[in-house]
Design a protein around this ligand. Structure first.
Ligand code: NAI
Ligand code: MG
Length: 374
């Protein structure tokens, strides 16, 4: 039977997203993945040109591919975004929304999977042997987009009726009041928590740590923790513990070996994953997959780092390791394993290093060095 030709959407975005995807292409070409790479427009440039950072043609493209590689996009604070497009949009509410957040919600990419492994010989490792996998819920929580500034009169009236603590804000002018909703569902919580336990079971991981703030944010975080305790019953062979998000920032640095798989709601998972990425060398090593039932979109955890854009200076390893995650997700595990081995070798040798690794090689030179090991 002829080998399958994968259709891969190729979404560099802007800033260093372009640089790191260029390096990743060198590696995938060397691996001879049988794939057609289809460019998609996304990011700030298209917001400015077309008023849409995630154009309909890119959405269509994503409906017709096996997987996608994404670089990064610049998401500016909404007020600045409105101003730069057309001054008339000012005061019209919160119009600009990050396209990657929209993509995760639109395609129901509910798992944000972020493995952080300390590769041997990486001088940037915080401590050796860190091997933590973060499961971040990817579609709900503070990213729901249900936000108000100014707050509509009807909403303020309703909150005054329904919520005692809201009385504290009753004299604040509505245009000086802002509300961002933290929306969490049972279904959304169950599926991310179950994904974390399933991963632990399949990969012989010993423990799942639930990160939350259940003591203060009782409705959403409290429900998330309760659901985790229920689901844990289905996985008796795996240990479960839990920690407040603030405390775990301290515990992770103090005793990183105590952590194995971590699961959290969207915002806390976002924050924790940058912290854990720094423990294994920084954002230049933080790989990530946005995974749903039908589509996987793989990207580095980092953003567009505008100050380094177009300089081919930043580290492509986070993106190359995200491509490895894509290969595994596609079932190309042999190629995935080869790619990870090549990355590990280049790190261990320490000859080709980008600026963050203490070297002066370019993004593309590091990509070529990895390709040369394949
Ligand atoms: P960032 O992740 O872009 O960069 C923070 C810093 O980390 C950089 O200045 C650089 O020192 C370092 N860094 C990042 N990637 C690196 C790499 N590959 N190699 C070496 N060093 C690296 O975060 P920042 O500055 O907060 O955000 C910049 C823009 O990116 C914003 O507009 C933000 O909204 C957007 N962003 C986009 C994301 C996405 O596309 N998924 C995710 C996070 C931020
Ligand atoms: Mg982030």
């Amino acid at each position: 039977m002829a080998e399958k030709t994968y259709k891969i959407a190729w979404l560099p975005g802007d800033g260093i997203g372009v640089d790191v995807l260029d390096a990743t292409k060198i590696v995938l070409d060397k691996l001879q993945l049988n794939a057609e790479y289809l460019h998609g427009d996304i990011g700030w440039e298209f917001w400015q040109k077309e008023g849409d950072a995630f154009p309909a043609r890119t959405i269509e493209l994503l409906k017709n591919v096996d997987a996608a590689m994404f670089g990064a996009i610049t998401s500016k604070p909404v007020k600045a975004a409105e101003q730069e497009l057309v001054p008339e949009l000012q005061g019209k509410g919160l119009i600009y929304r990050s396209p990657i957040v929209r993509m995760r919600q639109m395609f129901d990419l509910y798992i944000c999977l972020r493995p952080c492994k300390a590769y041997a010989g990486n001088l940037l490792n915080y401590k050796d042997d860190v091997d933590i996998v973060v499961f971040r819920e990817n579609t709900e929580d503070l990213y729901s987009g249900v936000e108000f500034n100014p707050v509509p009169q009807e909403l303020a009236e309703m909150l005054t009726r329904l919520s005692k603590p809201f009385a504290a804000f009753k004299d604040v002018p509505l245009n000086e009041l802002a509300i961002s909703s933290k929306i969490v569902t049972r279904q959304g919580s169950e599926r991310i928590i179950r994904a974390a336990f399933e991963f632990a079971r399949k990969n012989n991981r010993k423990k799942v740590t639930v990160v939350h703030k259940a003591n203060v944010v009782r409705a959403t975080e409290g429900m998330f923790l309760d659901i985790a305790k229920e689901i844990h019953q289905e996985y008796p062979e795996i240990e479960m513990d839990d920690a407040n998000v603030d405390a775990i920032c301290m515990w992770l640095l103090k005793n990183p070996k105590n952590y194995d798989v971590i699961v959290a709601t969207n915002m806390f998972g976002d924050i924790i994953s940058d912290l854990v990425a720094q423990m294994v060398g920084g954002l230049g090593f933080g790989c990530s997959g946005n995974i749903g039932l039908k589509l996987g979109v793989f990207e580095p955890s980092h953003g567009s780092a505008p100050k380094y854009a177009g300089q081919y200076k930043v580290n492509p390893i986070a993106t190359v390791l995200s491509a490895k995650m894509m290969l595994d997700w596609l079932g190309e595990t042999e190629k995935g394993a080869r790619l990870e081995k090549a990355v590990a070798e280049v790190i261990k040798e320490g000859k080709i290093r980008t600026y963050d690794m203490g070297g002066s090689n370019t993004t593309l030179e590091l990509g070529e060095a990895i390709a040369a090991k394949l």
